[in-house]
Every structure is written in structure tokens, then in C-alpha cells.
Ligand binder design. Structure first.
Ligand SMILES: Cc1cc2nc3c(=O)[nH]c(=O)nc-3n(C[C@H](O)[C@H](O)[C@H](O)COP(=O)(O)OP(=O)(O)OC[C@H]3O[C@@H](n4cnc5c(N)ncnc54)[C@H](O)[C@@H]3O)c2cc1C
Length: 398
């Protein structure tokens, strides 16, 4: 048998510099568990769910058994451990499916992270344990129909205090998990002091309505909602007690932007591995297309993007674990890795020719999903402006 058809060909492996060696044995074992679950349970069914815009609820028990909600958070029923491991987990999930990584990121990062960073002891003790067990699913409501990048100064959703309660009014758009989850962190402007405050709103509260956003062309498995709050009454005990302005919201975003950078790396890894396996198999002009120099060029460019970004996010998480992470660190990684991801998944699609746009070959899903990852948690422009301000000393947002 010729080498082209034999099993001697190297298996696609997107961890070229062995970043996994940064983890200890127990962390690597956890990562292997995540990979096994994603490959055995999610990969075979995900295209069906993607095509039908639906969420695979039957996979929730499997995710629950992995015990990965709240990795990196100490106490309150969370698994603890290093932020570095939570990054690897995000990457590993996204390597198979970016919608699943987004579902996990919204719940474990944005929603649980808001409570961890901005909640009182009582709030953390009440909400985090059931969220770590995935008995309660969380969402994060910051963006509005007319306010995206300008959320820091422009939120129009209002909060008015009346006795021991707050009355919330306004709309939130794009809110992941909110059509079926249990609670949403709603960020609203306090009419009394004009500051942004966070509220834990249970989704069955009267005056809270979540409608599914239809016709998305990316992350179709994630159920995004348009939330309308109409005189929605939330008790003072559900206002995040350690949060007093948008600066606190930004602390959450700093953490989760780092997480999105890891997701972007996972997205390119998945696309690269599919494209490489395809190039080793697909024959044109009587040879596997992997034998052509121009095809190898695309594969190596992809691997370069992946490897550079992997090294970046490993150090990013090490800064975070050392308590040295700044907004600009997370923003540089989010913008750089998502740019490199978008380029890399485009090369993967190119290598696969027409089959690159067929869902059956998976790469089309990574290409489409990368578009949403590129824009959420701060667009490239906004994250660039955060870094620009840090390095020049001049804010250039407006
Ligand atoms: C699939 C998906 C899931 C999401 N999930 C959530 C969620 O769970 N919770 C949540 O709160 N939000 C969520 N979002 C919203 C997301 O965070 C916003 O889409 C993002 O912040 C950008 O806002 P926008 O789409 O309104 O774009 P806009 O702010 O309208 O920006 C449009 C364009 O103008 C550019 N721009 C804006 N201001 C400037 C400036 N000063 N200088 C230069 N360029 C500028 C932007 O970079 C962008 O290219 C999600 C979005 C998507 C697509």
C-alpha cells in the first residue's frame, strides 16, 4: 500500500508545542475526560442541532458529570483549580463545537463569574452551588437592542428603588441561554445615581419576557434571547452587593474575555484538524491534496496562528492565576486570537473546496461560528481601543 493511503500518516494534532504539558497530571486527566465526552457525545450529533437551531438538552447530564462549571473558582460548591485549566477546558470544548463552548462560557464564566466577583458572601453561598451542579443555568444581560459597544456609558435599561425592591425596565438583546435558563444577571442604570448595577433576576419573575432570536447564521445551537423587562420587581437581596458601577461589570468582562480568547484557539484547532485529515484523504490529480505545496502552505499558516495564540493564552491565564491580569491583557488576547481564528478557519474552508461549505464536514460550522466569536465580548475595535488607551495613555473611544 502506498504511503498516501497507509496508516503511517501523522494524525492531525493541533497542540504542536505541547502546551498541554503546562498542566499537572490531574488537570490533564480532567482535560482527557472533557475531550472524550465532546468527541463521543457531542461531535456525532452537533450538526443536527446546529441545522435545526436547537439545544441538545439530553447532553446536559453528561456535562454535569464532568464537574466543570465553576472551574477556577474556590469554594461555594465549585471545583476550584487554576484558571489555566478553565482556559484549556474552554479550548477543548470549542475544538469540537463553539456553540457548546459559548453555552458553557455564558453560564460558568459570565453568569457565575458575575456572582463570584460582584456578589456578597450570602449571594455566592446561595446561587453558586446549584449553578456549579448545573441545576440552575445562568445568563448575562448587558447588551441592548440599541446599545452594544457603548454599554459602559450608554445603558438605557433602568433600575428604580422602591422600598426593599428594585423595578427594572428595558430590553436586552443577544442573551445566551436566556430562553430556557433559570436566572439572568441584568445590568441596569440606577435612576438615582446614574451608575450601572447588576441584578440576579430569576427568569420566571413577572415582567421578565425572553423571546428566541431567530435566523442566526452562527452559534445556532446557542439559544439567544431578546429580553423585555416591564416593571420587573427584583428584591434588594438580589442586587449584586459588591458591585457599584460599570467598573465592576468590567472586572467580569476582563475574566471572560480571556476565556473567549481560549475559545477562539479551540475553534481554529477544530477547523485545522478537520482540514488536515481531509487533505490527507482527498485525492486530486492522482495524489492526496496534502502533497501539494500550496495546500501545505495553508496548513502551516493555520498551525502558526494556532500555536502563537496557544502560547499567548497560556501566559494570559498564568497572569490571571498570579493576580496580574489587566483589562488590556485580556483585550489584546481576545482581539488578536479572534483575528487569527477568522483567518485560520477561512484557510480550512479553502482547503476543503466545495465540501468546506457543507455542514457534514464540520468546517463550515467553525467558519460560521467564528463570526459570532469575533464580535461578542467586545468587538476587535473595542478591544483594540482598550489596548490603545493602555499603551498610549490616550482614550480614543469617542
Ligand atoms: C452570538 C452572540 C451571542 C451574544 N451573547 C451575549 C450575551 O449572552 N450577553 C450580552 O450581554 N451580549 C451578548 N452578545 C452581544 C455582543 O456582546 C455584542 O454584539 C457586541 O458587544 C457588539 O455590539 P453590537 O453588536 O451592538 O455592535 P455595535 O456596537 O453596534 O458595533 C457595530 C460596529 O461598530 C464598531 N464600533 C462601535 N463603536 C466604535 C468605536 N468607538 N470606534 C470604532 N468602532 C466602533 C464595532 O466595533 C462594530 O464593528 C452576543 C452577540 C452574539 C453575536
Amino acid at each position: 500500500m502506498s504511503k498516501e493511503l497507509s496508516s503511517e500518516l501523522p494524525l492531525p494534532d493541533s497542540d504542536f508545542y505541547r502546551i498541554v504539558d503546562c498542566l499537572d497530571d490531574a488537570e490533564r486527566a480532567k482535560l482527557r475526560e472533557v475531550r472524550a465526552f465532546m468527541e463521543a457525545s457531542v461531535a456525532p450529533v452537533i450538526n443536527h442541532y446546529w441545522a435545526s437551531d436547537s439545544f441538545p438538552f439530553e447532553l446536559l447530564p453528561g456535562i454535569r458529570d464532568l464537574g466543570i462549571a465553576g472551574v477556577g473558582y474556590e469554594g461555594y460548591g465549585c471545583p476550584g483549580g487554576r484558571t489555566l485549566l478553565s482556559g484549556f477546558i474552554a479550548m477543548e470544548i470549542a475544538r469540537v463545537d463553539c456553540s457548546f463552548a459559548t453555552f458553557y462560557g455564558v453560564h460558568s464564566g459570565l453568569a457565575m463569574g458575575s456572582i463570584l466577583l460582584c456578589g456578597s458572601e450570602e449571594q455566592k453561598a446561595k446561587w453558586l452551588p446549584p449553578m456549579a451542579r448545573l441545576e440552575k443555568i445562568g445568563s448575562f444581560g448587558l447588551t441592548e437592542p440599541e446599545v452594544g459597544s457603548g454599554a459602559s456609558g450608554g445603558l438605557t435599561t433602568t433600575a428604580r428603588k422602591e422600598g426593599d425592591n428594585w423595578i427594572l425596565n428595558g430590553q436586552k438583546k443577544w442573551i445566551g441561554n436566556a430562553t430556557w435558563g433559570d436566572l439572568t444577571i441584568i445590568w441596569a442604570r440606577d435612576l438615582a445615581d446614574n451608575q450601572v448595577k447588576g441584578f440576579i433576576v430569576e427568569n420566571n419573575t413577572p415582567g421578565f419576557k425572553a423571546e428566541k432570536i431567530e435566523n442566526k447564521m452562527a452559534l445556532k445551537v446557542v439559544q439567544n434571547a431578546l429580553i423585555t423587562l416591564t416593571d420587573c420587581i427584583v428584591p434588594e437581596q438580589n442586587r449584586l452587593q459588591m458591585d457599584s458601577s460599570f467598573r465592576d461589570t468590567a472586572r467580569v468582562l476582563r475574566m471572560t474575555r480571556a476565556f473567549v480568547a481560549w475559545e477562539a484557539v479551540g475553534c481554529m484547532m477544530g477547523a485545522y484538524e478537520h482540514a488536515l485529515a481531509y487533505a490527507q484523504r482527498r485525492q486530486q490529480f492522482g495524489k492526496p491534496i496534502a502533497k501539494f505545496q500550496l495546500v501545505q502552505d495553508l496548513l502551516v499558516k493555520m498551525l502558526g496562528n494556532i500555536t502563537a495564540c496557544q502560547c499567548m493564552v497560556v501566559q494570559l491565564s498564568q497572569l490571571q492565576d498570579g493576580g496580574k491580569l489587566k483589562d488590556e491583557h485580556a483585550s489584546l488576547a481576545k482581539s488578536f486570537c479572534t483575528v487569527k481564528m477568522r483567518e485560520a478557519v477561512g484557510y480550512a474552508r479553502e482547503i476543503m473546496g466545495a465540501n468546506g461549505i457543507l455542514l457534514d464536514h464540520h468546517v463550515a460550522r467553525f467558519v460560521a461560528d467564528s463570526e459570532a466569536i469575533y464580535s461578542y465580548e467586545g468587538t476587535r475595535e473595542m478591544n483594540t481601543l482598550i489596548v490603545g488607551k493602555a499603551i498610549t495613555g490616550f482614550g480614543a473611544f469617542v
